[in-house]
Design a protein around this ligand. Sequence first.
Ligand SMILES: Nc1ncnc2c1ncn2[C@@H]1O[C@H](COP(=O)(O)OP(=O)(O)OP(=O)(O)O)[C@@H](O)[C@H]1O
Ligand SMILES: [Mg+2]
Length: 546
Amino acid sequence: MSQQVPVIVLREDTERTRGRDAQRNNIMAAIVISEAVKSALGPKGMDKMLVDGFGDVTVSNDGATILKEMDVAHPAAKMVIEVAKTVDAEVGDGTTTAAILTGDLLKQAEVLLDKKIHPTTIISGYRKAAVKALAVIDDVAEDVDPAAADYKKILIDVAKTSMSSKFVSGYRDTLSKTVVDAVLAVAKDIPEGEELNIENVPRQKQIGMTVDKTELVKGLVLDKEVVHAGMPKKIVGAKIALLESALEVTKTEFDAKISITDPSAMTSFLEEEERMLKDMVSKIVESGANVVIAQKGIDDVIQHYLAKEGIMAVRRIKKSDVERVHKTTGAAIVSKIKNLTAADLGKAKIIEQREVADDKMLFIEGTPKSSVVTLLVRGGTDHIVDEVDRALNDALYVVRDIVVHPQITYGGGALAGEISNQLRNYASTLVGREQYAVNAFADAIESLPNTLAENAGLDPIDVIVSLRKAHTEGKVNHGINITKGKVDDMKKARVVEAAVVNRQIIMSAAEAAQMILKIDDVISSKGGPGGMGGMPGGGMPGGDDE
Ligand SMILES: Nc1ncnc2c1ncn2[C@@H]1O[C@H](COP(=O)(O)OP(=O)(O)OP(=O)(O)O)[C@@H](O)[C@H]1O
Ligand SMILES: [Mg+2]
């Protein structure tokens, strides 16, 4: 036999962890992330203050926001953050729960790995458990009938539950109504082939009033004022020209020098420029428009002539608002002013500049195409307005979730209690080691009510014992009543959630946990922030022998 020669494939500065070490490190990192957000869960959860590299401060209770702001290096930790982001993008709420569940699934798996149960057995057990958990949700979820008398009340309850864990919880009675009105107003006429989208409920933040002054206005509100003092501030029967290009004489990209020797040439040069600007104005006048909404700037001379013609104009509108104006008023987005015709104009019953809390804003009301509503989000300071806005975003999402998928489940750990109870029964029907994995899944789900109880200052052991008892007795809707400090009927307490949010949490968390468990080799090139150096807690690298 020839002597073995080592073959070096990886670069010298590459770090590699394999087998149990790699698993342990990944699991540790995921748990660290999940532990970090645990204290934020539920109505008694605490908020986090995050300071970024520029010193900007964010104060939030929102799982996705907290995790997005955290500067995380470990690849497995990033995967947990991805779970929160996915849940946020798909259903809007439940991001903290999803991150906690991912961490706890891995924590439980670690115990099984220590018992020498093979990762693939755990993975297949987790897969079965997730399928069963989704079946339990299907089983216990209650259908919501949009035609029923209490439909709106249920939507309000769902919005309230979502907001009860946020800074705005004190205002949730009024805010939940506003949120439901907003979603229902938009849901009532969605254009063919389009989905109900929360983007159609634009929000304008305003600092300087209390949170309960947050209000819903019918129509589109642009945070812009009319450009010229001589222009009308209100137009009834608006015909809108929506322009993408600047209403200015375009400057050349390179510097040009024009030598003028004759004073008359100077005059004709200026006249030519003015003529070009006047041409633009006459194009607008000819089209019949009485309102100009421009994405870019408007030259002073043009402003003057538009004012003389009694045309209202606003400029520098955000791209997203241009899209909204286009959608709701039917105005075509015109990029070349010379092509503007009457057919391109959008319509609105009234466009008016109004003063709202010292700010001048443009209200566009009575639009022919899909209806838009705008939420004017208010609060005393920058940080408050931002957090109110995030809470409203979650609540708008969950109400939309119910409108699109009309099914509810009960919160406060009621659903989790039922899932873990049924999973344990299911585990006992399985033969082989997968049974352990299904039980571990049940334990991980149970950590959610456990955390809720802990955060509310209740004894988690007592709470879990009574929760288990209630669910073995068939009390499907029993969860933790935080105000009473005991396990009780959540249907009576009106702690209502969207079933689809819970489905998404289970699917995303289970998938991520399985993916992390399947990794047994981590190869990372050093130097970058993604290297293994950022790993918290793990016995890395080189592995100290245990
Ligand atoms: N009144 C209540 N009583 C008991 N539990 C409640 C009540 N209101 C909400 N909860 C529970 O609080 C949990 C939600 O907490 P929280 O909103 O902090 O986290 P999340 O929804 O998972 O994540 P995020 O809102 O940050 O995206 C859910 O389990 C919910 O059932
Ligand atoms: Mg929430």
